[in-house]
Design a protein around this ligand. Structure first.
Ligand code: NAD
Ligand code: WQD
Length: 339
């Protein structure tokens, strides 16, 4: 059992990963500045697992906080979720994104080096792949220049981690390229709680269903896909959380830097998701077709064979589970953690 630092652990994916880490018997220290989350998620993580974790409120860009943290707790490995993730916002305030996501990651890695902690799992994204690749996307395909600044920060951090590991063989780094995380813990006690108008499909759908928004705008119905709407690889957040535990085990044994896709390998269109959501949950989702959203691709789904073979990871949940669990969370928490 290990002592794991989870940066951004109060957030959507981080909180679900904390549950799985605690359930597996690990000790957990969370560092989060709460800029996009609340401590209530961590209270609920502890309530669900009947275990306690250590919470440090602070910023990954603050080297002193990091040094104190590494000095106080005997950290064995770091799972690094902290960062900003709104694609549209990243176009308006690029420097803020570069600061949190790139400078923040450098600050963390420097502190890890000072503390001689060399095991790291990083939240990357399928957005790093070159748009010219066709799905299923595999890890040997070239990365490209992402169409937005958020994606750019993920690509840069992947590259700087790769170069860091090449320069010092003590590093052991996992780059997990997430596809589209959705769903929530079965209990409905923790889930995705976006501030303001959701950017992503699933929280928008659940907020329409619960009456917080009028209707879903489906961005484009003239793509070259099964029904003209965009196709994505939705992955249950609990499967995604477990991928971090598998990656951690792999990195505790192996050196170097390696990327893995974390997706189911199945693509679903926006209309398929909306229709299945209505059917599984017996609730209506009003919608309209709207113009394509800038920067969107028609189709993106994973080849997950490398993760399955090398990490011993396998997704357990189907789309129907994801939709039922997203709705269960939203119904129980109509205004998120504030309710
Ligand atoms: P989230 O916003 O719910 O969680 C991120 C957490 O990091 C939040 O709790 C926030 O308060 C914290 N944070 C932000 N900046 C910080 C800083 N400078 N110092 C300390 N804490 C900071 O987001 P999430 O959906 O859980 O995403 C987690 C990670 O996964 C992010 O790096 C994101 O870019 C990446 N990712 C997410 C998706 C997705 O669709 N959700 C897809 C691919 C990759
Ligand atoms: C999915 C599909 C939309 C909202 C983004 C980031 C990526 C990663 C995950 C996170 C697309 C359509 C959406 C809506 C719609 N980032 N859609 N109406 O764009 O695949 O990926 O989130 O940290 O980097 O780019 O996910 O959920 O926004 O969209 O029709 O109101 O749903 O056009 O086809 P995307 P998404």
């Amino acid at each position: 059992m290990a002592n794991i630092l989870v940066t951004g652990g109060a957030g959507y994916i981080g909180s679900h990963t904390c549950v799985e880490l605690l359930n597996a018997g690990h000790d957990v220290v969370v560092l989060d500045n709460l800029s996009n989350s609340s401590v209530e998620s961590l209270n609920r993580v502890q309530e669900l697992t009947h275990k306690s974790l250590t919470f440090v409120e602070g910023d990954i860009r603050d080297g002193k906080t990091l040094d104190q943290l590494f000095g106080l707790y005997q950290i064995d490995a770091v799972i690094h979720f902290a960062g900003l993730k709104a694609v549209g916002e990243s176009q308006q305030i690029p420097l803020t994104y570069f600061d949190h996501n790139i400078a923040g990651s450098i600050s963390l890695v420097q502190a890890m080096q000072r503390a001689e902690v060399f095991k790291l799992v990083f939240s990357s994204s399928a957005t790093v792949y070159d748009e010219a690749n066709s799905s299923p996307l595999n890890e040997s395909m070239p990365t490209g220049m992402p169409s937005n600044n958020y994606g750019y920060t993920k690509l840069i951090v992947e590259q700087l981690l790769e170069k860091t590991s090449q320069a010092d063989v003590r590093w052991s780094i996992a780059l997990l390229r997430y596809f589209n995380p959705v769903g929530a813990h079965k209990s409905g006690r923790i889930g995705e709680d976006p501030q303001g108008i959701p950017n992503n499909l699933m929280p928008y759908v659940t907020q329409v269903a619960v009456g917080r928004r009028d209707k879903l705008s489906i961005y484009g119905n003239d793509y070259d896909t099964v029904d003209g709407t965009g196709v994505r690889d939705y992955i249950h957040v609990v499967d995604l959380a477990n991928a971090h535990l598998c990656a951690l085990n792999n990195r505790l044994e192996q050196h170097g830097c390696r990327a893995w896709n974390i997706g189911t390998g199945n693509g679903s269109s926006v209309l398929e998701v909306k229709d299945a959501f209505e059917k599984v949950n017996a609730v209506a989702v009003a919608f309209e077709f709207a113009p394509r959203r800038e920067g969107d691709v028609a189709t993106s789904f994973a080849d997950n064979a490398r993760a399955v073979a090398e990490l011993g990871w396998k997704p357990q949940y189907q789309l129907e589970d994801m939709l039922a669990d997203s709705w269960n969370w939203q119904k129980q928490n109509p205004i998120g953690y504030k309710s």
